[in-house]
Write a protein that binds this ligand. Structure first.
Ligand code: FMN
Length: 224
């Protein structure tokens, strides 16, 4: 297919600073509501990007499972590639795209672990099949073939027959604590609107171990 001839104009209405909530989390929550209302298939699907200590990046789609004043929560295997990368280098980025609405949200920040009790609560709410799958799969690690995975699944089925499935210690939530959030609205002639929430009091000390929350935001506009 000739991709250069594929073209769609974004004819949506633009956004200005005054249209946005001063709190970026409230704003993203509003856009998530719009995404659900638009009938898009997976409104919470987001690309989560991490990098190893040498700066080599990797990105994958995950489902956003929590959004609050503390940040953006996803659930995964802590021994996966992404899990190991955020332990070594906590800077990460998350991008939500709703093509039907010509909208994108980009988040950059620092990742922290979700409390064990909160991970337990979410794990307990998952279907049993997904709970067993979390035990059966050593996510990101090589396996010989599909049969090996199925044998591991049979083993955990047997182990937990008639029992509640506990949360594996290697599985739980990661919270991206935002240091910058950009909301993007597509417009005609590729002159899109990009409005960016940045820390009003300047970037906190760049020591990733401080896990500082940004208390006050200001909104700036960036050229598309
Ligand atoms: C729509 C969609 C949703 C996904 N949701 C998750 C998720 O919530 N958590 C997760 O660990 N992987 C999820 N995955 C799988 C990841 O994209 C990825 O394959 C996996 O996490 C391993 O990534 P890693 O080896 O880079 O750590 C999802 C994939 C798709 C396509």
């Amino acid at each position: 297919m000739d991709l250069t001839s594929q073209r769609r104009e974004y004819e949506t209405e633009g956004i200005d600073v005054g249209d946005l909530d001063p709190d970026p989390i409230v704003q993203v929550d509003r856009w998530l509501d719009d995404a659900y209302a638009s009938g898009t298939a997976e409104p919470t699907a987001a690309v989560f990007a991490t990098a190893d200590i040498h700066g080599r990046p990797s990105a994958r789609t995950v489902l956003l499972k929590g959004l609050g004043s503390d940040g953006f929560v996803i659930f995964t295997n802590y021994d996966s590639r992404k899990g190991r990368e955020v332990i070594a280098n906590p800077w990460a980025a998350l991008t939500l795209t709703w093509v039907e609405l010509s909208r994108q949200v980009r988040v950059e920040g620092i990742v922290e672990m979700v409390d064990a009790a909160d991970s337990d609560a979410y794990f307990a709410s998952r279907p049993r099949g997904a709970q067993l799958g979390a035990w059966a799969s050593a996510q990101s690690h090589p396996i010989a073939d599909r049969a090996q995975l199925e044998a591991q699944l049979d083993e955990v089925h047997e182990r937990y027959a008639g029992l509640e499935v506990p949360r594996p210690p290697h599985w739980g939530g990661l919270r991206l604590v935002p240091h910058e959030i950009e909301v993007w609205q597509g417009r005609l002639d590729r002159l899109h609107d990009r409005l960016v929430y940045v820390p009003a009091d300047g970037e906190p000390e760049l020591d990733p171990t401080t896990r500082a929350r940004i208390e006050r935001w200001e909104i700036i506009r960036r050229s598309p």
